[in-house]
Design a protein around this ligand. Structure first.
Ligand SMILES: *Cc1c(COP(=O)(O)O)cnc(C)c1O
Length: 396
């Protein structure tokens, strides 16, 4: 294989770059994939080199070729100045906060935020002297009304991963940039393939790589991408000061997942939309929350800003007892009951977000169930849910 120059590589399509990024067979004894390099200590040829740390890799926590390969692949789809990898998606979120904020700062966080991120803000960040205000995810340019003199950052997540509110990211970015306030986004749902966060001005773009990157429900990992070299310098400094190293096996598995990410999403996106449409027509279902479904909340923003959708959405059932919901979900044979998503397998998850929202009051009248569509045959999945609805009706 002849090596591509950087400009030649940059001109390739996203799918091609995902296949090529982070591997150089001449660096791995000719094998296609980069090796899993394990290591803490790096040994130097002589005293002089050691004293100035003259080496491609200086110590295990300072970088590792397997991690570099993953960061190169993530960077090529994020399109920013650089990516760091973290031991979980949650750590990717918390690292972005720790990079942006100092004692005395104020941060605005969407009320639809991933719940463990909210817990981090309410406890750890509070203890460090950072004040959090939650805002209505649909706020748009009115976010400016919440800016205080010490507001340093706005945290966005679109859509919310339980209730699927879309956010007007361009409006929020425009308001924030006027005041030199940073904007970060948890972009796990769309992935960089379907929402180009940096192009929209997002400064720090976060992925729970556990989801569609790793995609096989066997790895916890996260990434943070910085829009500019200056922002990356700060991110990299925080990452290295915290000693956030990822096991090379996990980096390897995530990279392996990413090679097939675009085909999986191309299969899962229409399956998710088809399932959402089928569910909308069911008599047991009150509402389907899936931004890519025409007529669903947030669809217009999704159509304007996003180029695709993943296969995670929520249904609101017509009012029914939790016992009936249990009868429906417990008997499913293809859908596991469990947290997380983005893997190859389908999942369901009952939830009630009313207890912890503070800026908005969700108006659900019936139970809410989040659904992730995996790579199974969709007719099999519909039959499984159809039998589930029969159990729900029988138990109501
Ligand atoms: C799962 C998830 C995370 C956290 O990822 P983990 O790897 O499970 O820690 C963060 N944000 C969103 C939106 C998620 O769905």
């Amino acid at each position: 294989m002849k090596k591509l120059t950087s400009p030649e590589f940059a001109r390739l399509g996203e799918q091609t770059r995902l296949v090529l990024a982070g591997r150089d067979p001449s660096d791995s004894y000719g094998f296609v994939n980069p090796p899993i390099v394990r290591g803490s200590t790096v040994v130097y040829p002589n005293t002089e080199d050691f004293l100035v740390r003259k080496a491609r890799y200086t110590y295990g926590t300072a970088g590792n070729p397997t991690l570099d390969a993953l960061m190169a692949a993530a960077n090529t789809i994020e399109g920013g100045a650089g990516v760091v990898v973290t031991p979980s998606g949650l750590m990717a979120c918390t690292l972005a906060f720790l990079t942006m904020l100092s004692a005395g700062d104020h941060v605005l966080v969407t009320d639809s935020v991933y719940r463990p991120t909210r817990i981090f803000c309410d406890t750890f960040l509070k203890r460090m002297g950072v004040e959090t205000t939650y805002y209505d995810p649909s706020i748009g340019s009115d976010i400016a009304k919440l800016f205080k003199p010490n507001t340093r950052a706005v945290w966005t997540e679109a859509p919310g991963s339980q209730t699927f509110e879309m956010q007007d990211i361009p409006a929020i970015v425009a308001a924030a940039q006027e005041r030199d306030i940073l904007v970060a986004m948890d972009n796990t749902w769309a992935t960089p393939l379907f929402f180009d966060a940096h192009k929209f001005g997002v400064d720090y773009s976060v992925q729970a790589g556990t989801k569609y990157y790793a995609a096989h429900s066997d790895v916890l990992i996260g990434t943070v991408s910085a829009r500019t070299p200056e922002l990356f310098k700060k991110l990299h400094a925080a990452w290295s000061q915290l000693g956030l190293i990822v096991a090379p096996e996990d980096a390897f598995l995530t990279l392996r997942g990413m090679r097939t990410m675009s085909v999986r999403l191309k299969e899962q996106m229409p399956a998710g939309i088809a399932m959402a449409a089928w569910l909308r027509d069911r008599p047991e279902v009150a509402r389907v929350l899936h931004p890519a479904l025409p007529g669903a909340p947030g669809h217009e923003i999704w159509k304007r800003d996003f180029t695709g959708a993943s296969s995670l959405f929520t249904i609101e059932l017509k009012p029914v007892s939790m016992k009936a919901v249990g009868a429906m979900l417990d008997g499913l044979t293809l859908f596991g009951i469990g947290a997380s998503w983005g893997g190859y397998e389908s999942l369901v998850l009952p939830f009630d977000c009313r207890d912890y929202r503070t800026a908005t009051t969700p108006d659900f009248k019936g139970p809410t169930v989040r659904i992730h569509i995996g790579l199974e045959n969709i007719e099999d999945l519909k039959a499984d849910l159809d039998a589930g609805f029969a159990r729900l009706r029988a138990a109501s």
